[in-house]
Design a protein around this ligand. Structure first.
Ligand code: ADP
Length: 484
């Protein structure tokens, strides 16, 4: 191993075998920086998915009976293998996803960190004994793996989103059928290469690429699948919830966000600017925790706008593999079209471009880091996720108004705010209806803390001591006839 191409697989992993689609169909994988194909993957459908589910179900018989220590070792070895190949995996990720190489390395590092965390958690899946109301009976509570897990992941974090699902699934003793986004299948297939390398048994991890509708349809309807875990848009999440309802599967959903970023008059300006740049422009604005709406109090508005646009102008646009690039391309042409729609809507309603505002000559999918002043609530980005490098700045007067505007959305994933007033820090954080809150911090994701949204941003938590719960069934055992 060593080079990125050693991890590139043009076949899917079913029952421990690397195979093509039944009909031989393939999908091109495009480098977003150049628009050129970097290879193909199988365009699989229902039949291949069914076989993968059956293989995961067969593997579950044995895997669910391995000891926690055995599973912890497999996960530790997997984490080590990821780190040993961090550079190659990062380059593969950047080639298919576009993000700057340093960010890709960071993501691969996070994958290893999640897997190591769940290696540790595997050994801490404790049950209970409960004081019995009956003298001659004893009450035990045990936890067992739910069974086969269907995992559907997006293109913005093609490696770490799978780590958050494969980690807890294997820790619990579940087996997995994973379906990555068609734009970024190679980072997912690389998990299969790594799993083989460290001796994870055949059938425990299956990876299928191809038709989202067919694969998703089979994963959500097949009774052998006991849980669906999904990261992606709220629209697709709702569809999967409906589909999964027919067979009453457990679900974890990490869906869209509309993150507010509040800057109060008493904020540390330099810190707020650095946090805003990181929270807005990481991955070219394509994360579900990216700042979507910046609300700045009137007394600091002009100073913030100036410092923020100056900092934004220091970002270096370039292909992810280019030395020094800090802002990569958007994932595809549709993403650029969506950003342009947000821009024309906002400009038509009175927004003012402070910096950026158009495509960049680097290539079709490169869009400048953009700061818009005079944003208002009628503009589409007040409601919808931008998923691109536009930072709309709104003005507010009072704390109450800021909290009301921040909460005025059906989403509730991440929120950030900057203040040096301790009372305000607690007041505002308690009133924000969000699953993740950063106070004076713009990047807060870590494997040790629970990640998950309120409201229409999702169901369940990933990472932390809560992350395994969704992969476990809780069983109450009443032992009677003890003759006590
Ligand atoms: P995005 O808008 O960020 O591309 P999506 O929610 O469309 O996010 O995609 C996230 C994942 O969901 C991808 O793996 C995608 O292929 C998959 N997906 C999209 N549509 C469906 C569907 N109808 N059924 C199952 N999975 C789907």
């Amino acid at each position: 191993m060593g080079s990125w191409s050693d991890f590139r697989r043009d076949s899917i992993l079913v029952a421990g075998q690397w195979v093509s689609a039944d009909n031989g169909g393939v999908l091109d994988v495009i480098d977003p920086a150049t628009g050129e194909s970097i290879g193909t993957v199988p365009n699989a459908g229902v039949a291949e998915t069914r076989r993968a589910i059956e293989s995961a179900s067969a593997a579950f018989e044995k895997f669910s009976r391995t000891t926690a220590a055995e599973r912890a070792k497999m996960l530790r070895d997997l984490s080590t293998a990821i780190l040993d190949n961090q550079d190659a995996l990062a380059e593969l990720l950047t080639r298919e996803q576009g993000k700057p190489l340093a960010e890709a390395k960071g993501e691969v590092g996070m994958s290893a960190a999640y897997i190591l965390w769940f290696a540790e958690e595997a050994r801490r899946v404790y049950g209970d004994t409960i004081p019995s109301p009956w003298g001659d009976r004893r009450i035990l509570v045990t936890k067992s793996p739910v069974g086969v897990v269907g995992a559907i992941t997006p293109w913005n974090f093609p490696s770490s989103m799978l780590a958050r699902k494969i980690g807890p699934a294997l820790a619990a003793g579940c087996t997995v059928v994973a379906k990555p986004a068609s734009q970024t299948p190679y980072s997912a297939l690389a998990w299969g290469v790594l799993a083989e390398q460290v001796g994870i048994p055949a059938g425990v991890i299956n990876i299928i690429t191809g038709s989202a509708r067919e694969i998703g349809g089979e994963l959500t309807s097949n009774p052998l699948v006991r849980k669906i875990t999904f990261t992606g848009s709220t629209g697709v999440g709702k569809l999967l919830l409906k589909q999964a309802a027919e067979t009453v599967k457990k679900v974890s959903m990490e869906l869209g966000g509309n993150a507010p970023f509040l800057i109060f008059d008493d904020a540390d300006l330099d810190r707020a600017v650095a946090g805003a740049v990181a929270a807005k422009f990481r991955n070219a604005g394509q994360t579900c925790v990216c700042t979507n709406r910046l609300y700045v109090q009137a007394g600091i508005y002009d100073r913030f706008l100036k410092a923020f646009s100056n900092a934004t102008e220091k970002l270096v646009i370039g292909a992810g593999l280019e030395q020094g690039a800090t802002l990569g391309p958007l994932i595809d042409d549709a993403a650029v079209a969506k950003v342009e729609e947000f821009m024309s809507d906002a400009l038509g309603k009175g927004a003012r471009v402070v910096t950026g505002g158009k495509r960049h000559p680097k290539g079709d999918r490169f869009y400048e880091a953009t700061v818009l002043a005079d944003a208002n609530a009628t503009m589409n980005f007040a409601r919808d996720e931008i998923f691109g490098p536009i930072a709309p700045v709104f003005k507010f007067e009072t704390e109450d108004e800021a909290v009301r505007l921040a909460n005025d959305t059906e989403f509730g994933l991440a929120a950030y705010f900057y203040t040096q007033d301790l009372g305000r820090a607690f007041r505002v954080s308690e009133r924000l209806q969000y699953g993740l809150v950063g106070i004076n911090e713009g990047m807060i994701t870590t494997e040790v803390a629970p990640f998950g949204g309120f409201k229409e941003s999702g169901v369940g938590k990933e990472g932390s001591k809560y992350g395994v719960d969704d992969y476990l069934d809780v069983k109450y055992v009443c032992v009677g006839g003890l003759g006590l």
